[in-house]
Write a new protein. Structure first.
Length: 238
């Protein structure tokens, strides 16, 4: 049995590959989305209860390996997996981050607070927040108009001038261009999630000549092997 810590497109792809070749896969989802896209194979939803809970689960179920294919910014479960796995083989599957190309105007931030400070220092009309519904409190004090897009309704405070858009990607470049033009977006804020599924907003920002504030990824635990593709993860598991 393979435990896949999931919630990403790569996790779903890996579960499909492993189940297609006859493997027993248990995908674990955090349960933060109201209507998640479920992977092939067995699925469990909800946290483990920290390092101790995950350690106990591993001792009870004894998977042959664990693949941490969670979001690049799910630092908590990534750290817990590294601490809990012990003798259980652990692999980190993480898509590569984005790199700027010609015409991109990117401004890097260490965290959400720094991103909010960076945006506040810009002369903008509308800020487009695409950082997800968690951590929006860091932007609660942003001035001007703020376009907030996330999958599920946020629970924390929103900026005073916020317009909320609930939508699930992937979005096309045409979609993003239309949205940014409709709301007169002047700056885009995102996390360095990487991958093609959410890159259209960056292409649209480039075409419109807009600056992008990108939050850097948290560091990975030391000593855990890392691969960037589903194919590499499947080969490692063989």
């Amino acid at each position: 049995m393979i435990l896949v810590l999931g919630g990403t497109g790569e996790a779903r792809e890996l579960a499909a590959v492993l189940t297609a070749r006859g493997g027993h896969v248990v995908s674990s989802l955090a349960g933060r989305l109201a209507d998640p896209v479920l992977p092939d194979g067995e699925v469990r939803v909800g946290g483990f209860g920290g390092v101790e809970g995950l350690t106990a689960w591993l001792a009870e179920h004894r998977p042959a390996a664990v693949v941490d294919a969670t979001h690049p910014f799910a630092a908590g479960i990534t750290a817990n997996a590294a601490a809990a796995c012990g003798s259980t083989p652990l692999l980190r599957l993480q898509r590569p981050g984005w790199t700027p190309g010609p015409g991109d105007d990117w401004h890097w931030a260490a965290d959400l607070d720094e991103a909010a400070s960076s945006v506040s220092g810009m002369v903008t009309g509308t800020t487009f927040l695409t950082t997800g519904r968690q951590g929006l409190a860091a932007f609660a004090g942003l001035p001007g108009r703020v376009l907030v897009r996330c999958v599920d309704p946020p629970t924390g405070p929103l900026p005073a001038g916020a317009t909320l858009v609930l939508a699930r990607g992937p979005f096309t470049v045409a979609d993003e261009l239309a949205l940014m033009r409709e709301h007169a977006v002047d700056v885009v804020v995102s996390k360095d999630s990487g991958g093609h599924m959410t890159a259209a907003k960056l292409v649209a920002a480039r075409e419109l000549g807009l600056p992008v504030v990108l939050v850097r990824r948290p560091p990975l635990p030391a000593g855990v092997p890392v691969v960037g593709t589903v194919e590499e993860a499947a080969a490692w598991l063989r």
